[in-house]
Design a protein around this ligand. Structure first.
Ligand SMILES: *[C@@H]1O[C@H](CO)[C@@H](O)[C@H](O)[C@H]1NC(C)=O
Ligand SMILES: *[C@@H]1O[C@H](CO)[C@@H](O)[C@H](O)[C@H]1NC(C)=O
Ligand SMILES: *[C@@H]1O[C@H](CO)[C@@H](O)[C@H](O)[C@H]1NC(C)=O
Length: 475
Protein backbone atom coordinates (compact mmCIF):
# COMPACT_ATOMS: atom_id res chain seq x y z
CA UNK A 1 0.00 0.00 0.00
CA UNK A 2 2.81 2.39 0.92
CA UNK A 3 4.65 1.49 -2.23
CA UNK A 4 1.50 2.21 -4.22
CA UNK A 5 0.96 5.61 -2.61
CA UNK A 6 4.59 6.59 -3.12
CA UNK A 7 4.30 5.51 -6.75
CA UNK A 8 1.20 7.69 -7.06
CA UNK A 9 3.12 10.61 -5.57
CA UNK A 10 5.97 10.05 -8.02
CA UNK A 11 3.51 9.97 -10.91
CA UNK A 12 1.90 13.18 -9.71
CA UNK A 13 5.32 14.81 -9.41
CA UNK A 14 6.14 13.72 -12.97
CA UNK A 15 2.83 15.08 -14.23
CA UNK A 16 3.58 18.34 -12.46
CA UNK A 17 6.91 18.52 -14.25
CA UNK A 18 5.40 17.71 -17.61
CA UNK A 19 2.62 20.26 -17.43
CA UNK A 20 4.92 23.11 -16.41
CA UNK A 21 3.64 26.36 -17.85
CA UNK A 22 6.92 28.16 -18.32
CA UNK A 23 9.50 27.27 -20.94
CA UNK A 24 12.29 27.31 -18.37
CA UNK A 25 10.91 26.10 -15.03
CA UNK A 26 8.34 26.75 -12.38
CA UNK A 27 10.16 27.84 -9.22
CA UNK A 28 9.36 31.39 -8.14
CA UNK A 29 11.08 33.09 -5.25
CA UNK A 30 9.29 36.06 -3.73
CA UNK A 31 11.44 38.40 -1.69
CA UNK A 32 9.08 39.86 0.87
CA UNK A 33 10.32 41.71 3.89
CA UNK A 34 7.04 42.15 5.67
CA UNK A 35 5.09 38.89 6.10
CA UNK A 36 1.90 40.84 6.74
CA UNK A 37 2.03 42.16 3.17
CA UNK A 38 1.57 38.64 1.83
CA UNK A 39 -2.16 38.53 2.49
CA UNK A 40 -2.71 41.73 0.47
CA UNK A 41 -1.69 39.85 -2.69
CA UNK A 42 -3.52 36.57 -2.06
CA UNK A 43 -5.28 36.52 -5.46
CA UNK A 44 -2.01 37.13 -7.24
CA UNK A 45 -0.32 34.20 -5.46
CA UNK A 46 -3.36 32.03 -6.16
CA UNK A 47 -3.13 32.91 -9.87
CA UNK A 48 0.53 31.92 -9.93
CA UNK A 49 -0.15 28.67 -8.11
CA UNK A 50 -3.03 27.87 -10.44
CA UNK A 51 -0.47 28.09 -13.26
CA UNK A 52 1.63 25.42 -11.51
CA UNK A 53 4.27 27.74 -10.18
CA UNK A 54 5.94 26.75 -6.93
CA UNK A 55 5.97 30.00 -5.00
CA UNK A 56 8.40 30.34 -2.07
CA UNK A 57 8.66 33.36 0.17
CA UNK A 58 11.87 34.59 1.75
CA UNK A 59 12.86 37.60 3.73
CA UNK A 60 15.84 39.50 2.30
CA UNK A 61 17.36 39.33 5.78
CA UNK A 62 17.60 35.55 5.66
CA UNK A 63 21.34 34.88 5.59
CA UNK A 64 20.96 31.44 4.00
CA UNK A 65 19.11 32.92 1.04
CA UNK A 66 20.85 32.14 -2.23
CA UNK A 67 19.66 32.39 -5.82
CA UNK A 68 22.11 29.69 -6.88
CA UNK A 69 22.56 26.13 -5.71
CA UNK A 70 25.61 24.13 -6.84
CA UNK A 71 26.24 26.77 -9.48
CA UNK A 72 22.75 26.33 -10.95
CA UNK A 73 19.72 28.54 -10.57
CA UNK A 74 17.87 27.63 -7.40
CA UNK A 75 14.79 29.47 -8.73
CA UNK A 76 14.04 30.32 -12.35
CA UNK A 77 11.98 33.35 -11.43
CA UNK A 78 12.41 36.08 -8.86
CA UNK A 79 9.87 38.60 -7.67
CA UNK A 80 11.34 41.51 -5.73
CA UNK A 81 9.05 43.62 -3.60
CA UNK A 82 10.25 47.04 -2.45
CA UNK A 83 12.44 46.74 0.63
CA UNK A 84 11.63 48.66 3.80
CA UNK A 85 15.28 49.19 4.62
CA UNK A 86 18.07 50.56 2.45
CA UNK A 87 18.41 47.58 0.13
CA UNK A 88 17.98 43.87 -0.22
CA UNK A 89 21.01 43.00 1.88
CA UNK A 90 24.16 41.02 1.13
CA UNK A 91 22.50 38.03 -0.51
CA UNK A 92 20.77 40.13 -3.19
CA UNK A 93 23.33 42.73 -4.19
CA UNK A 94 23.08 44.26 -7.68
CA UNK A 95 26.06 42.11 -8.70
CA UNK A 96 24.25 38.93 -7.65
CA UNK A 97 21.10 40.07 -9.43
CA UNK A 98 23.11 40.71 -12.60
CA UNK A 99 24.72 37.27 -12.33
CA UNK A 100 21.24 35.85 -11.90
CA UNK A 101 20.00 37.52 -15.09
CA UNK A 102 23.15 36.46 -16.94
CA UNK A 103 22.51 32.89 -15.84
CA UNK A 104 19.04 33.07 -17.39
CA UNK A 105 16.89 33.95 -14.38
CA UNK A 106 13.80 36.10 -14.86
CA UNK A 107 13.13 39.02 -12.52
CA UNK A 108 9.96 40.96 -11.81
CA UNK A 109 11.00 44.04 -9.88
CA UNK A 110 8.13 45.71 -8.07
CA UNK A 111 8.63 49.32 -7.03
CA UNK A 112 6.63 51.57 -4.82
CA UNK A 113 6.82 55.29 -4.32
CA UNK A 114 5.83 54.87 -0.68
CA UNK A 115 8.83 52.89 0.43
CA UNK A 116 11.13 54.47 -2.15
CA UNK A 117 13.71 52.72 -4.29
CA UNK A 118 17.12 51.87 -2.80
CA UNK A 119 20.05 53.59 -4.49
CA UNK A 120 21.61 50.22 -5.32
CA UNK A 121 18.54 49.24 -7.36
CA UNK A 122 18.43 52.61 -9.14
CA UNK A 123 22.03 52.19 -10.17
CA UNK A 124 21.42 48.62 -11.30
CA UNK A 125 18.55 49.87 -13.48
CA UNK A 126 20.80 52.62 -14.80
CA UNK A 127 23.11 49.91 -16.13
CA UNK A 128 20.17 48.63 -18.13
CA UNK A 129 19.57 52.20 -19.41
CA UNK A 130 16.38 52.53 -17.34
CA UNK A 131 16.45 55.63 -15.15
CA UNK A 132 14.30 56.41 -12.17
CA UNK A 133 13.72 59.87 -10.77
CA UNK A 134 16.70 60.97 -8.68
CA UNK A 135 14.16 61.89 -6.04
CA UNK A 136 13.50 58.71 -4.07
CA UNK A 137 9.92 59.51 -3.15
CA UNK A 138 8.64 60.92 -6.40
CA UNK A 139 5.28 59.62 -7.53
CA UNK A 140 3.46 59.82 -10.85
CA UNK A 141 0.29 61.92 -10.70
CA UNK A 142 -2.21 62.97 -13.30
CA UNK A 143 -4.90 65.58 -12.73
CA UNK A 144 -7.05 64.28 -15.60
CA UNK A 145 -6.69 60.50 -15.48
CA UNK A 146 -6.87 59.55 -11.82
CA UNK A 147 -9.35 57.58 -9.81
CA UNK A 148 -11.85 60.03 -8.40
CA UNK A 149 -13.02 57.53 -5.78
CA UNK A 150 -9.81 56.56 -4.02
CA UNK A 151 -7.49 59.44 -4.88
CA UNK A 152 -9.75 62.47 -5.14
CA UNK A 153 -7.17 64.72 -3.48
CA UNK A 154 -3.79 63.23 -4.22
CA UNK A 155 -4.47 62.22 -7.85
CA UNK A 156 -1.88 59.46 -7.53
CA UNK A 157 -3.99 56.46 -8.57
CA UNK A 158 -3.61 56.62 -12.32
CA UNK A 159 -6.21 55.16 -14.63
CA UNK A 160 -4.59 54.02 -17.83
CA UNK A 161 -6.17 52.34 -20.83
CA UNK A 162 -4.65 48.96 -21.40
CA UNK A 163 -2.50 49.05 -24.54
CA UNK A 164 -4.83 48.09 -27.40
CA UNK A 165 -4.09 45.03 -29.49
CA UNK A 166 -1.58 46.89 -31.58
CA UNK A 167 -0.83 46.74 -35.25
CA UNK A 168 -0.49 43.18 -36.50
CA UNK A 169 3.22 43.66 -37.19
CA UNK A 170 3.94 44.26 -33.53
CA UNK A 171 3.85 41.34 -31.19
CA UNK A 172 1.72 42.33 -28.26
CA UNK A 173 1.41 40.17 -25.21
CA UNK A 174 -0.08 42.89 -23.01
CA UNK A 175 -2.91 44.20 -25.12
CA UNK A 176 -6.64 44.19 -24.54
CA UNK A 177 -9.50 46.39 -23.50
CA UNK A 178 -10.25 47.87 -20.13
CA UNK A 179 -8.79 50.25 -17.63
CA UNK A 180 -5.83 49.62 -15.36
CA UNK A 181 -5.49 51.25 -11.97
CA UNK A 182 -1.87 52.11 -11.23
CA UNK A 183 -1.57 53.41 -7.67
CA UNK A 184 1.48 55.31 -6.42
CA UNK A 185 3.70 54.49 -9.36
CA UNK A 186 7.40 55.13 -9.75
CA UNK A 187 7.98 56.48 -13.26
CA UNK A 188 10.86 55.28 -15.40
CA UNK A 189 12.45 56.70 -18.51
CA UNK A 190 14.20 54.51 -21.04
CA UNK A 191 17.43 55.44 -22.72
CA UNK A 192 17.31 55.71 -26.52
CA UNK A 193 20.31 53.53 -27.15
CA UNK A 194 19.53 50.04 -26.00
CA UNK A 195 17.57 47.75 -28.31
CA UNK A 196 17.03 45.37 -25.41
CA UNK A 197 14.62 47.55 -23.44
CA UNK A 198 11.05 48.33 -24.36
CA UNK A 199 8.15 50.05 -22.65
CA UNK A 200 5.16 47.93 -21.67
CA UNK A 201 2.90 50.66 -20.33
CA UNK A 202 3.39 54.38 -20.81
CA UNK A 203 1.92 57.09 -18.60
CA UNK A 204 -0.92 59.24 -20.00
CA UNK A 205 0.03 62.49 -21.75
CA UNK A 206 -0.97 64.63 -18.80
CA UNK A 207 0.96 62.72 -16.15
CA UNK A 208 4.13 63.89 -14.44
CA UNK A 209 6.32 62.82 -11.57
CA UNK A 210 6.86 64.90 -8.45
CA UNK A 211 7.64 64.50 -4.78
CA UNK A 212 4.53 65.11 -2.65
CA UNK A 213 6.67 65.66 0.42
CA UNK A 214 8.24 68.80 -1.01
CA UNK A 215 6.71 72.19 -1.68
CA UNK A 216 4.54 72.67 -4.68
CA UNK A 217 7.13 74.98 -6.31
CA UNK A 218 9.47 72.09 -7.01
CA UNK A 219 7.00 70.82 -9.60
CA UNK A 220 8.38 73.54 -11.87
CA UNK A 221 11.03 71.16 -13.10
CA UNK A 222 9.65 67.65 -13.11
CA UNK A 223 11.87 64.62 -13.80
CA UNK A 224 9.79 63.57 -16.78
CA UNK A 225 6.31 64.21 -18.10
CA UNK A 226 3.64 62.59 -20.20
CA UNK A 227 4.51 59.64 -22.35
CA UNK A 228 8.21 60.10 -21.62
CA UNK A 229 7.32 58.33 -18.40
CA UNK A 230 6.96 54.59 -18.40
CA UNK A 231 4.97 52.94 -15.69
CA UNK A 232 6.10 49.43 -16.64
CA UNK A 233 9.10 48.58 -18.76
CA UNK A 234 10.98 45.49 -19.76
CA UNK A 235 14.49 44.41 -20.51
CA UNK A 236 15.18 41.24 -22.41
CA UNK A 237 18.78 40.14 -22.11
CA UNK A 238 20.61 38.53 -25.02
CA UNK A 239 20.22 35.15 -23.33
CA UNK A 240 16.47 35.88 -23.34
CA UNK A 241 16.25 36.29 -19.54
CA UNK A 242 13.56 38.81 -18.77
CA UNK A 243 13.65 41.68 -16.33
CA UNK A 244 10.43 43.60 -15.86
CA UNK A 245 10.29 46.84 -13.91
CA UNK A 246 6.82 47.28 -12.46
CA UNK A 247 6.44 50.88 -11.32
CA UNK A 248 3.62 50.08 -8.96
CA UNK A 249 3.69 46.76 -7.14
CA UNK A 250 0.51 47.83 -5.41
CA UNK A 251 -1.49 47.34 -8.60
CA UNK A 252 -1.18 43.58 -7.99
CA UNK A 253 -3.02 43.82 -4.66
CA UNK A 254 -6.37 42.11 -4.31
CA UNK A 255 -8.20 45.37 -3.86
CA UNK A 256 -7.12 46.64 -7.28
CA UNK A 257 -7.77 43.38 -9.11
CA UNK A 258 -11.37 44.28 -9.76
CA UNK A 259 -11.84 47.61 -8.10
CA UNK A 260 -14.52 50.06 -9.17
CA UNK A 261 -12.83 53.17 -10.40
CA UNK A 262 -14.13 56.44 -11.77
CA UNK A 263 -12.42 58.92 -14.02
CA UNK A 264 -13.05 62.54 -12.94
CA UNK A 265 -16.43 63.31 -14.49
CA UNK A 266 -16.64 59.86 -16.06
CA UNK A 267 -18.61 56.76 -15.32
CA UNK A 268 -17.40 54.04 -13.02
CA UNK A 269 -15.84 50.93 -14.44
CA UNK A 270 -14.07 47.83 -13.20
CA UNK A 271 -10.32 47.52 -13.47
CA UNK A 272 -8.68 44.71 -15.43
CA UNK A 273 -5.60 44.54 -13.23
CA UNK A 274 -6.02 40.81 -12.63
CA UNK A 275 -5.88 39.89 -16.29
CA UNK A 276 -3.04 42.30 -16.90
CA UNK A 277 -1.07 40.87 -13.95
CA UNK A 278 -1.45 37.50 -15.58
CA UNK A 279 -0.21 38.79 -18.95
CA UNK A 280 2.71 40.52 -17.27
CA UNK A 281 3.85 37.46 -15.33
CA UNK A 282 3.24 35.20 -18.32
CA UNK A 283 5.67 37.20 -20.35
CA UNK A 284 8.20 37.77 -17.56
CA UNK A 285 8.26 34.14 -16.50
CA UNK A 286 8.71 32.98 -20.12
CA UNK A 287 5.34 31.37 -20.70
CA UNK A 288 4.87 33.31 -23.95
CA UNK A 289 7.12 34.88 -26.55
CA UNK A 290 9.85 32.25 -26.25
CA UNK A 291 11.16 31.29 -29.67
CA UNK A 292 13.22 28.20 -30.27
CA UNK A 293 15.11 27.08 -33.35
CA UNK A 294 14.56 23.35 -33.58
CA UNK A 295 16.76 22.70 -36.58
CA UNK A 296 18.75 24.35 -39.32
CA UNK A 297 19.27 22.59 -42.61
CA UNK A 298 21.01 23.51 -45.82
CA UNK A 299 21.85 21.46 -48.86
CA UNK A 300 22.77 21.69 -52.50
CA UNK A 301 20.19 21.18 -55.23
CA UNK A 302 21.45 19.81 -58.51
CA UNK A 303 19.18 20.01 -61.50
CA UNK A 304 20.12 17.73 -64.33
CA UNK A 305 21.12 19.76 -67.36
CA UNK A 306 19.55 17.32 -69.80
CA UNK A 307 15.93 18.36 -70.35
CA UNK A 308 14.92 14.73 -70.79
CA UNK A 309 15.70 13.86 -67.18
CA UNK A 310 14.29 16.93 -65.48
CA UNK A 311 15.05 15.60 -62.00
CA UNK A 312 16.45 17.59 -59.13
CA UNK A 313 18.79 15.87 -56.75
CA UNK A 314 19.58 16.82 -53.20
CA UNK A 315 23.13 16.83 -51.89
CA UNK A 316 24.13 15.77 -48.39
CA UNK A 317 22.63 17.74 -45.47
CA UNK A 318 24.64 20.59 -43.92
CA UNK A 319 27.88 20.06 -45.85
CA UNK A 320 30.95 22.03 -44.81
CA UNK A 321 31.72 23.04 -48.37
CA UNK A 322 29.87 24.41 -51.39
CA UNK A 323 31.10 25.39 -54.82
CA UNK A 324 30.55 28.79 -56.37
CA UNK A 325 27.28 28.95 -58.33
CA UNK A 326 25.69 26.06 -56.45
CA UNK A 327 21.96 26.16 -55.89
CA UNK A 328 21.43 25.96 -52.17
CA UNK A 329 18.28 25.44 -50.11
CA UNK A 330 18.42 26.75 -46.55
CA UNK A 331 15.66 25.98 -44.06
CA UNK A 332 15.07 26.86 -40.44
CA UNK A 333 12.51 25.33 -38.10
CA UNK A 334 11.11 27.72 -35.49
CA UNK A 335 8.60 27.10 -32.72
CA UNK A 336 7.07 29.51 -30.27
CA UNK A 337 6.37 28.47 -26.70
CA UNK A 338 2.75 29.12 -25.81
CA UNK A 339 2.05 28.36 -22.15
CA UNK A 340 2.30 24.57 -22.27
CA UNK A 341 3.99 23.54 -25.48
CA UNK A 342 5.57 24.79 -28.67
CA UNK A 343 3.31 25.93 -31.50
CA UNK A 344 4.29 27.04 -35.03
CA UNK A 345 5.75 30.53 -35.09
CA UNK A 346 4.23 32.84 -37.67
CA UNK A 347 6.09 35.97 -38.70
CA UNK A 348 3.61 38.86 -39.18
CA UNK A 349 2.94 39.84 -42.81
CA UNK A 350 4.56 43.23 -42.45
CA UNK A 351 7.67 41.82 -40.87
CA UNK A 352 10.24 39.51 -42.43
CA UNK A 353 12.56 36.81 -41.30
CA UNK A 354 15.69 37.14 -43.38
CA UNK A 355 18.61 34.96 -44.32
CA UNK A 356 21.97 36.51 -45.02
CA UNK A 357 24.78 34.77 -46.86
CA UNK A 358 27.77 36.78 -45.80
CA UNK A 359 31.49 37.07 -46.04
CA UNK A 360 32.32 40.28 -44.17
CA UNK A 361 29.24 41.82 -45.77
CA UNK A 362 26.11 40.09 -47.04
CA UNK A 363 26.24 38.81 -50.64
CA UNK A 364 22.60 37.75 -50.37
CA UNK A 365 19.83 38.97 -48.11
CA UNK A 366 16.71 36.95 -48.76
CA UNK A 367 13.31 36.60 -47.13
CA UNK A 368 12.71 33.22 -45.55
CA UNK A 369 9.31 31.95 -46.69
CA UNK A 370 7.25 29.50 -44.65
CA UNK A 371 7.33 26.26 -46.61
CA UNK A 372 5.65 23.85 -44.23
CA UNK A 373 4.42 23.50 -40.67
CA UNK A 374 4.62 20.71 -38.14
CA UNK A 375 2.54 20.56 -34.96
CA UNK A 376 5.24 22.41 -33.04
CA UNK A 377 7.02 24.57 -35.57
CA UNK A 378 7.07 26.36 -38.89
CA UNK A 379 9.78 25.61 -41.44
CA UNK A 380 11.05 28.71 -43.21
CA UNK A 381 13.16 28.23 -46.30
CA UNK A 382 14.94 30.08 -49.06
CA UNK A 383 16.73 28.94 -52.19
CA UNK A 384 19.56 30.85 -53.80
CA UNK A 385 22.69 30.49 -55.89
CA UNK A 386 26.03 30.91 -54.17
CA UNK A 387 27.89 33.99 -55.42
CA UNK A 388 30.78 33.85 -57.87
CA UNK A 389 33.28 34.38 -55.09
CA UNK A 390 35.18 31.79 -53.11
CA UNK A 391 35.96 32.08 -49.41
CA UNK A 392 34.52 31.43 -45.97
CA UNK A 393 30.86 32.35 -45.90
CA UNK A 394 28.20 32.13 -43.19
CA UNK A 395 24.47 31.56 -43.26
CA UNK A 396 23.14 34.11 -40.80
CA UNK A 397 19.69 34.64 -39.37
CA UNK A 398 19.38 37.54 -36.98
CA UNK A 399 15.82 38.18 -35.80
CA UNK A 400 15.44 40.45 -32.80
CA UNK A 401 12.08 41.92 -31.96
CA UNK A 402 10.87 43.44 -28.70
CA UNK A 403 9.31 40.86 -26.38
CA UNK A 404 10.39 37.88 -28.49
CA UNK A 405 13.39 35.71 -27.76
CA UNK A 406 16.20 36.88 -30.03
CA UNK A 407 17.15 34.44 -32.78
CA UNK A 408 20.77 34.52 -33.78
CA UNK A 409 21.97 31.70 -35.98
CA UNK A 410 25.33 31.54 -37.71
CA UNK A 411 26.60 28.58 -39.71
CA UNK A 412 29.90 28.77 -41.50
CA UNK A 413 30.62 27.07 -44.82
CA UNK A 414 33.46 27.18 -47.29
CA UNK A 415 32.73 28.16 -50.87
CA UNK A 416 35.35 26.77 -53.27
CA UNK A 417 36.17 27.27 -56.93
CA UNK A 418 35.23 24.92 -59.71
CA UNK A 419 37.48 21.86 -59.74
CA UNK A 420 39.36 21.29 -63.03
CA UNK A 421 36.91 18.67 -64.19
CA UNK A 422 33.86 20.74 -63.29
CA UNK A 423 34.21 23.40 -65.94
CA UNK A 424 32.00 22.98 -69.00
CA UNK A 425 33.83 21.23 -71.86
CA UNK A 426 35.12 23.53 -74.58
CA UNK A 427 32.73 22.23 -77.24
CA UNK A 428 29.75 22.98 -74.97
CA UNK A 429 30.56 26.69 -75.20
CA UNK A 430 29.24 28.04 -78.50
CA UNK A 431 31.38 31.16 -78.26
CA UNK A 432 34.48 28.99 -78.42
CA UNK A 433 33.54 27.39 -81.73
CA UNK A 434 35.48 29.83 -84.03
CA UNK A 435 38.62 29.22 -82.01
CA UNK A 436 38.04 25.50 -81.93
CA UNK A 437 37.45 25.59 -85.67
CA UNK A 438 40.68 27.60 -86.11
CA UNK A 439 42.64 25.13 -83.99
CA UNK A 440 41.36 22.04 -85.71
CA UNK A 441 41.72 23.58 -89.17
CA UNK A 442 45.41 24.32 -88.46
CA UNK A 443 45.93 20.75 -87.26
CA UNK A 444 44.05 19.33 -90.23
CA UNK A 445 45.88 21.63 -92.65
CA UNK A 446 49.24 20.61 -91.20
CA UNK A 447 48.45 16.91 -91.48
CA UNK A 448 47.17 17.38 -95.01
CA UNK A 449 50.31 19.26 -95.98
CA UNK A 450 52.60 16.64 -94.43
CA UNK A 451 50.81 13.80 -96.16
CA UNK A 452 50.82 15.67 -99.44
CA UNK A 453 54.48 16.48 -99.12
CA UNK A 454 55.47 12.95 -98.25
CA UNK A 455 53.41 11.49 -101.08
CA UNK A 456 54.14 13.84 -103.93
CA UNK A 457 57.87 14.67 -103.74
CA UNK A 458 59.72 12.33 -106.22
CA UNK A 459 62.62 10.50 -104.55
CA UNK A 460 65.74 12.14 -106.10
CA UNK A 461 68.36 9.32 -105.52
CA UNK A 462 66.12 6.82 -107.22
CA UNK A 463 65.90 8.94 -110.37
CA UNK A 464 69.67 9.50 -110.42
CA UNK A 465 70.38 5.77 -109.95
CA UNK A 466 68.04 4.88 -112.76
CA UNK A 467 69.73 7.40 -115.03
CA UNK A 468 73.12 5.90 -114.15
CA UNK A 469 71.82 2.38 -114.78
CA UNK A 470 70.47 3.25 -118.19
CA UNK A 471 73.79 4.90 -119.13
CA UNK A 472 75.86 1.79 -118.16
CA UNK A 473 73.46 -0.57 -119.97
CA UNK A 474 73.74 1.46 -123.17
CA UNK A 475 77.57 1.17 -122.97
C1 LIG B 1 9.58 16.60 -66.56
O1 LIG B 1 8.73 17.39 -65.77
C2 LIG B 1 7.38 17.48 -66.19
C3 LIG B 1 6.65 18.44 -65.30
O2 LIG B 1 7.05 18.34 -64.03
C4 LIG B 1 6.76 16.08 -66.21
O3 LIG B 1 5.43 16.16 -66.68
C5 LIG B 1 7.57 15.17 -67.06
O4 LIG B 1 7.07 13.85 -67.03
C6 LIG B 1 9.04 15.17 -66.66
N1 LIG B 1 9.83 14.41 -67.59
C7 LIG B 1 10.66 13.40 -67.24
C8 LIG B 1 11.37 12.72 -68.31
O5 LIG B 1 10.81 13.09 -66.06
C1 LIG C 1 13.84 23.76 -49.17
O1 LIG C 1 13.86 22.73 -48.20
C2 LIG C 1 12.69 22.66 -47.40
C3 LIG C 1 12.93 21.59 -46.38
O2 LIG C 1 13.55 20.46 -46.89
C4 LIG C 1 11.48 22.37 -48.28
O3 LIG C 1 10.32 22.33 -47.50
C5 LIG C 1 11.37 23.48 -49.30
O4 LIG C 1 10.29 23.21 -50.17
C6 LIG C 1 12.65 23.59 -50.09
N1 LIG C 1 12.54 24.73 -50.97
C7 LIG C 1 12.79 24.65 -52.27
C8 LIG C 1 12.59 25.89 -53.04
O5 LIG C 1 13.16 23.62 -52.77
C1 LIG D 1 4.17 19.46 -29.92
O1 LIG D 1 2.79 19.58 -30.13
C2 LIG D 1 2.01 18.59 -29.48
C3 LIG D 1 0.57 18.79 -29.91
O2 LIG D 1 0.31 20.09 -30.26
C4 LIG D 1 2.19 18.68 -27.98
O3 LIG D 1 1.45 17.71 -27.33
C5 LIG D 1 3.67 18.52 -27.66
O4 LIG D 1 3.89 18.70 -26.28
C6 LIG D 1 4.49 19.55 -28.43
N1 LIG D 1 5.90 19.32 -28.20
C7 LIG D 1 6.70 20.25 -27.65
C8 LIG D 1 8.15 19.90 -27.54
O5 LIG D 1 6.28 21.31 -27.27
Amino acid sequence: MRLFSSLCLLLLACLGLVSCRSAVGNRVLVILEDESQKSLYSKFWADLKAREFEVSFESPRNELLSLFRHGQLAYEHLLLTPPKSKGYGPSLTPKILLDYVNAGGNVLLGLSSESGTPAAISSLLLEFDISLSPDKHSVVVDHFNHDAISAADKHDVLLVERPPQLRPDVVNFFGGDGILAIPKAVGQTLGPASPLIAPILKAPKTAYAYNPKEDAESVEDPFATGSQLDLISALQARNSARFTVLGSLEMLQDKWFDASVKLPGGKTSKTVNQEFAKQLTEWTFQEVGVLKVFSVQHYEITTSSKPAENTTQIGEYNPAMYRIKNDVNFSLEIGQYDRTHYVPFVVPDTDALQLEFTMLSPFHRLPLIPSSTTSNSTIYSATFTTPDQHGIFAFKVNYKRPFLTPIEERHEVTVRHFAHDEWPRSWAITGAWPWLAGLWSVIAGFLFFVILWLYCEPPKEEAARRRKLSVSVSK
